[in-house]
Design a protein around this ligand. Structure first.
Ligand code: GDP
Ligand code: MG
Length: 437
C-alpha cells in the first residue's frame, strides 16, 4: 500500500544521504500514481499532489525522523480536506421537506430512495413519503412499492398519470395533508444523458423546489461518473451526491474527483443492496479507502502525538558526533515507554533492537537498566569511561543490582556506541542489515 511505498521511498533517500526537493517530487509522483489507480482523474491527482508537495516541504518532511509517516498524514489530511473535511448534513427543516433523487438509470435511485426513507424513519422525528415518478416502466413503480413495504413507508403513485411533474406536485400536497414531513421523489433515468431526461428532471425540480436534490451515482463507473455529475449539476445545481455501490472493490477515488470538479458535497454512500446499506459520508474514512491504508493512519497519528521529534533529533545529533551518553539513553527509554507499543519502536535507536532482543519487552524490562543509570553520577552518565571497579560496586549497591548486571549494561552500552559509530561511517548499509537480523 501507499504507506509501505512511501516508507520504502524515503528509506532509500535517507540511505543515499541526498535528500532534496527532487526526491520529494519523486515521492509525490508515487502518490499521484496511487491516486490515479484509485480512480481519481489525472488532472485532479496532479493538482492534489502539487498541494501535497508544498505542504510536505512546508512541514519539513525531509528533516523529520519518520518522513514516510508524516507524509502519509499530510496526504490523508489533504485528501479529506478536498472532500469537504467534515460531514455534510441534509437541510430538512421545512415541513414537508422535499428530497429529489436524480441520476442515470441503474445508478441506484430507487434503492437509495428506500434507504434514505429508512434512515430518516429511524430518526423517529421524521415521517417520510416515497413518491414514484418513474412513469416509463411499470416495473419501476412496483420496485418502489416493494421497497416501501420492506421498510414500512407509504409509497405515493398515480396509475395512468404519465406526467412526473404533476405526480410530484400532487405528492407534496398529499404529504402536507397527511402529516408526512419528508417527501422523497424517485425519478426516471436514462442509460446516458439526453435532453429529454434533463428537461424532465429540470421541470420536476422547478415545480416542487426541493430542499435537497441529491445526485445518485454509481461509483463503479469511474471517470464517467464525474462527467455525469457535472452534466446534472449544470441543470439542477444539486445540494449533494450519493455515491453508490461502494461495497464492490472500487477504491472510491471518484468521490474525490466529483467533489473537486462539481464542488458539491458527497452526503451518503451506498454499500449494498439491502435497505440498511447506507452510510453517512465521512471524508476521512474515504481518504483512507482511497489510499488503501485503513487503520495504519491512526497508528501513525498516535505515534506522532507521543514522539517528541525535537528530542529525537537532538539525540541523533549526539549520535552523529559520537556523544551519545547514558542521559540520552535514559531519555530514549522514557520516550519508548511513552509510546506504548515498544517492540515496533525499538528500531529507532541504532543498536537498541539487538540489545533488547532477549528481553520480553514491557515497561518492567527497563526497570533494572533505569535503576542502574539512576545510580550513576552526572559525570559518569556523560562519560561512562570514568566508571572503574569501585564505581561499579557503588552503582550496583545503589541500584540494588549485582555487579554483573552493571558490567553487562556497561558492556552493552559500549557495544551500542561502537555500532552507532559504525553507522555514522561508510558501513551503514552493512550494519543496517546486520541489525535487522
Ligand atoms: P435506478 O435505476 O437508479 O433506480 O437504480 P436501482 O435502485 O434500481 O438500482 C439498480 C441496481 O443496483 C439494483 O439491482 C440494485 O439492487 C443495485 N444497487 C443499488 N445500490 C447498490 C449498492 O449500493 N450496492 C450494490 N451492490 N448494489 C446496489
Ligand atoms: Mg429506479
Amino acid at each position: 500500500n501507499l504507506q509501505d511505498k512511501l516508507d520504502k521511498a524515503f528509506h532509500v533517500l535517507k540511505g543515499h544521504g541526498q535528500i532534496s526537493e527532487v526526491n520529494v517530487a519523486e515521492t509525490v509522483k508515487e502518490i499521484r500514481r496511487a491516486l490515479v489507480d484509485a480512480d481519481v482523474s489525472y488532472k485532479i491527482a496532479k493538482e492534489v499532489t502539487g498541494r501535497i508537495k508544498e505542504e510536505a516541504l512546508g512541514q519539513k518532511v525531509l528533516t523529520s525522523l519518520q518522513p514516510g509517516q508524516l507524509m502519509t498524514k499530510i496526504v490523508r489530511d489533504e485528501i479529506a480536506r478536498l472532500m469537504g473535511g467534515s460531514v455534510a448534513e441534509m437541510d430538512l427543516k421545512s415541513s414537508p421537506s422535499v428530497i429529489l433523487m436524480a441520476g442515470l438509470q441503474g445508478s441506484g435511485k430507487t434503492t437509495h430512495s428506500g434507504k434514505l426513507a429508512n434512515f430518516l424513519k429511524r430518526k423517529k422525528t421524521k415521517k417520510p413519503l416515497l413518491v414514484a415518478c418513474d412513469v416509463y416502466r411499470p416495473a419501476a413503480i412496483n420496485q418502489l412499492k416493494v421497497v416501501g413495504e420492506q421498510i414500512g413507508v407509504e409509497v405515493y403513485s398515480e396509475e395512468g398519470n404519465n406526467n412526473p411533474v404533476s405526480i410530484a406536485t400532487n405528492a407534496v400536497a398529499h404529504a402536507k395533508a397527511n402529516g408526512f414531513n419528508v417527501v422523497i421523489v424517485d425519478t426516471a433515468g436514462r442509460l446516458a444523458i439526453d435532453q429529454a431526461m434533463m428537461t424532465e428532471i429540470r421541470d420536476v425540480h422547478a415545480a416542487i423546489k426541493p430542499d435537497e436534490t441529491l445526485f445518485v451515482v454509481d461509483s463503479m463507473t469511474g471517470q464517467d461518473a464525474v462527467n455525469t455529475a457535472k452534466a446534472f449539476n449544470d441543470v439542477l445545481d444539486y445540494e449533494g451526491v450519493i455515491l453508490t455501490k461502494l461495497d464492490g472493490d472500487t477504491r472510491g477515488g471518484a468521490a474525490l474527483t466529483i467533489r473537486t470538479v462539481v464542488e458539491k458535497p458527497i452526503k451518503f454512500i451506498g454499500t449494498g443492496e439491502k435497505m440498511d446499506a447506507l452510510d453517512v459520508f465521512y471524508p476521512e474514512r474515504m481518504a483512507d479507502r482511497i489510499l488503501g491504508m485503513g487503520d495504519v493512519v491512526s497508528l501513525v497519528e498516535r505515534a506522532q502525538e507521543q514522539f517528541d521529534e525535537d528530542e529525537a533529533r537532538r539525540v541523533q545529533k549526539k549520535i552523529a558526533s559520537n556523544k551519545f551518553d547514558f542521559n540520552d539513553f535514559l531519555g530514549q527509554i522514557k520516550q519508548i515507554k511513552k509510546m506504548g507499543n515498544v517492540k515496533d519502536l525499538m528500531g529507532m535507536i541504532p543498536g537498541m533492537g539487538k540489545m533488547m532482543k532477549n528481553i520480553d519487552i514491557d515497561d518492567d524490562a527497563f526497570k533494572g537498566v533505569e535503576a542502574i543509570i539512576h545510580s550513576m553520577t552526572p559525570a559518569e552518565r556523560e562519560d561512562p569511561k570514568l566508571i572503574n571497579g569501585s564505581r561499579r560496586q557503588r552503582i550496583a549497591k545503589g541500584s540494588g543490582k549485582t555487579i554483573q548486571d552493571v558490567n553487562q549494561l556497561l558492556k552493552q552500552f559500549a557495544d551500542m556506541s561502537k555500532m552507532m559509530k559504525m553507522m555514522q561511517g561508510g558501513g551503514g548499509k552493512k550494519m543496517a542489515n546486520m541489525m535487522k537480523g
